[in-house]
Design a protein around this ligand. Structure first.
Ligand code: BGC
Length: 530
């Protein structure tokens, strides 16, 4: 599960059990969250590396030649190369495939071994990348990193949501996203420093990913398995011991009983994926898939992956382009913090709609400046360059307090127990799929559309904002067990999918909560898992 937390947000009305925020919990969460750092580092590092001359000369000589002889080409096409895009995108494709295996190991083997597997994949990938002699080594390294992402992002958010006491679970959800943005910023800073080290600075950039990778690997050896996972696998006594340890109290019976009940209900769901396709789950399914698709079509990863390349395309010098990426990376981190504070106050819809306007305006201004300021393939003037960086920052900040975290938070708070786990897998897969598409296509799109690429994304922003306006109901402060009554049944369109006939249990015997059951399930659900 990439790039965001999946902790269960605690709605008012959720049950509180006795739990201290023990140092043990804090350390455990820090360890586990290094999975987020690792993912962010991978997202942020490739753009800077692919803009470095030593790296290009060694692995992509064609691109390198095009770059230094750029006067013969349209500046927009300097980097248009399938191999170069594959270097970035292969990670996400591998992650997508790995997610399917990871959802099995997470359930059957547990969260802890899954994180260890992720750490080992990451370490192998880092070694191959830092030592790469040819393109094959580079790509295989990226694929291994991608496998790490698939495993880590499945297990880590789940782990965090299960270990954290209920009252800080909602915050932890976005905290995972915050870690991703910190990873991206860290990568941008590293690139800024290593660019000056020739001819092997890029090796250092790729190699420093070993820091979060080691943290995750070593961390996963020392942390405990979550009580939920132990109970799910029938290890009841061990589950209770761990629960006492992480909650810092012997009074864990109420929570333990809830976990037992939750695991019984989860076990009775025989066909989670088939369940997901039932009519009554249509609203959540459509919303989740659209949110993830739209999140990528804001164009954010065009910036996150390719900002240094993009800035160079606009005529910035190497140094200036990496420096500008550091600025956008920092804006990304700070604006994510804004989201943590405002999401439960102003609500999801306000954030998404405001961000829609801000992103649309920023992108249109960028397109106009490029169209008028980059005539005859000359370099753009300094003044225009500054305004462009500013507009990229306003775009990134809007994304970071809206679509970034909310693309993950909303699916995690709308799926009912019966489809929770399957729903999350879909969330992750749709995310990785379209992340891959953008990574693979952006530089070619830039070459063909030129400044129009920003109008293309602006068009999508318009479409997604319209979607939010008419089809996305507000879920702020709605307990999960009351979603049907308070959200779906009140919506002009979605109410047609949750009629009494839709809610009746069927021959599968899959557990489904009517309103009464829903309440009981809802409680267990807060305290269980995806
Ligand atoms: C997205 C990533 C993106 C990141 C940027 C996440 O929510 O899923 O694709 O790179 O935000 O901060």
């Amino acid at each position: 599960m990439p790039a965001a937390g999946f902790a269960v947000p605690v709605a008012p009305g959720g049950v509180e059990f006795e739990a201290r925020i023990t140092p043990y919990v804090i350390i455990t969460c820090i360890m586990a969250a290094s999975g987020g750092l690792m993912f962010g580092y991978d997202v942020g590092i490739s753009g800077g590396v692919t803009s470095m001359n030593d790296f290009l000369e060694k692995f992509f000589p064609v691109v390198y030649r095009k770059k230094i002889e750029s006067q013969d080409n349209s500046p927009y096409c300097k980097y248009d190369n399938q191999g170069l895009q594959l270097f970035t995108s292969s990670l996400y494709l591998a992650g997508l495939i790995a997610t399917f295996f990871a959802s099995y190991t997470t359930r059957v083997w547990g969260r802890k071994p899954t994180m260890l597997i992720a750490g080992i994949f990451f370490l192998m990938g880092v070694v191959l990348n830092a030592a790469a002699q040819d393109l094959a080594m580079l790509i295989v390294g990226r694929i291994l990193l991608g496998c790490g992402v698939g495993f880590a992002n499945q297990a880590v958010p789940l782990f965090l949501s299960e270990v954290a006491p209920t009252r800080i679970r909602g915050g932890l959800n976005i905290l995972f996203q915050l870690n991703v943005t910190i990873g991206i910023l860290f990568a941008n800073l590293v690139n800024y420093g290593t660019e000056k080290i020739t001819p092997w600075g890029w090796r250092l950039s790729l190699g420093l990913a070993a820091i979060p990778a080691l943290l995750l690997t070593v961390g996963s050896i020392f942390i405990v398995e979550t009580p939920n996972s132990l109970i799910e696998r029938g290890l009841l006594e061990e589950g209770k011991v761990v629960l006492k340890k992480i909650r810092g109290t012997d009074n864990v019976d109420p929570e333990f009983n809830e976990l037992l009940e939750a695991s019984r209900i989860a076990a009775s769901v025989k066909h989670p994926f088939r369940n997901l396709l039932k009519r009554r789950n249509r609203p959540q399914l459509i919303i989740t898939m659209c949110l993830q698709f739209f999140q990528q079509f804001t164009g954010i990863n065009a910036i996150m992956f390719y900002a240094p390349v993009l800035f160079q395309t606009l005529g910035f010098k190497n140094d200036a382009s990496l420096y500008s990426s550091v600025i956008t990376g920092a804006v990304n981190v700070l604006s994510t913090v804004v989201s943590i504070y405002s999401v439960d106050k102003v609500g999801r819809r306000v954030l998404l709609l405001e961000a829609g306007v801000q992103m649309f305006v920023s992108q249109v201004i960028i397109a106009i400046l490029l169209a008028t300021g980059m005539k005859n393939d000359e370099e753009i003037s300094k003044g225009i360059a500054i305004v462009i960086v500013l507009m990229v920052c306003t775009f990134v900040s809007a994304f970071a307090w809206s679509w970034g975290p909310l693309g993950w938070l909303i699916p995690s708070e709308t799926f009912p127990l019966e489809t929770r786990s399957a729903g999350q897998s879909v969330t992750v897969c749709v995310n990785l799929l379209f992340t891959f598409v953008i990574a693979q296509a952006f530089l070619s799109m830039l070459c063909h559309f030129k400044y129009g690429i920003f109008l293309f994304f602006a068009g999508w922003v318009l479409i997604m904002s319209t979607f939010v306006l008419f089809l996305l109901p507000e879920t702020k402060n709605v307990p999960i067990e009351e979603m049907i009554e308070k959200v779906w049944r009140k919506h002009w369109l979605w109410k047609n999918y949750v009629t009494d006939a839709d809610l009746i249990d069927d021959e599968d015997g899959d557990a489904y909560g009517n309103q009464e059951n829903g309440k009981a399930n809802g409680k267990a659900y807060h305290n269980s898992q995806l």
